[in-house]
Design a protein around this ligand. Structure first.
Ligand SMILES: [Zn+2]
Ligand SMILES: [Zn+2]
Length: 137
């Protein structure tokens, strides 16, 4: 069974994830770009019960997704690192920003969403299942 640890830039927020992720997705949507400040986001989705916050208190900000779901995002109020995201469309699942994981070498993205919105210089990982927009359910 795998275990991942991670946290924010300043180290105030620390967490641990036990077990395998439910899904790992590269997302090229505008919201992910804005929130990460990067050209795209890799979101590691895990079951909420497998996430243990070991220290720190996060602050959250909510926005609405294309599909109308509320998408709370949790970040460190000290250093501003965005770490966790939630979606009312996927209860019980937390998205963890891959950059917050201490050692993400074993993380393997399985899908790419919003590929149609990828910036020209972004790498779209061809080894993943690619969706031009949101993943169809
Ligand atoms: Zn911090
Ligand atoms: Zn996104």
């Amino acid at each position: 069974m795998s275990e991942y640890t991670g946290g924010c830039l300043c180290g105030a927020v620390r967490y641990k994830v036990i077990g395998e992720p439910v899904r790992v997705a590269n997302c090229h949507c505008n919201d992910c770009r804005k929130v990460t400040g990067a050209s795209f986001a890799t979101n590691v989705f895990v079951k909420e019960e497998n996430l243990v916050i070991e220290s720190g208190v996060t602050k959250s900000y909510q926005h609405k997704s294309d599909s109308g779901n509320m998408m709370p995002k949790k970040f460190c109020p000290e250093c501003g690192s965005q770490i966790f995201s939630y979606g009312t469309g996927s209860p019980g699942v937390v998205g963890i920003k891959v950059g917050s994981i201490d050692d993400a070498n074993d993380i393997k993205p399985q899908i790419t969403v919003y590929a149609a919105r990828a910036l020209p210089f972004s790498h779209v990982d061809k080894s993943t299942e690619i969706f031009q927009e949101m993943r169809r359910r």
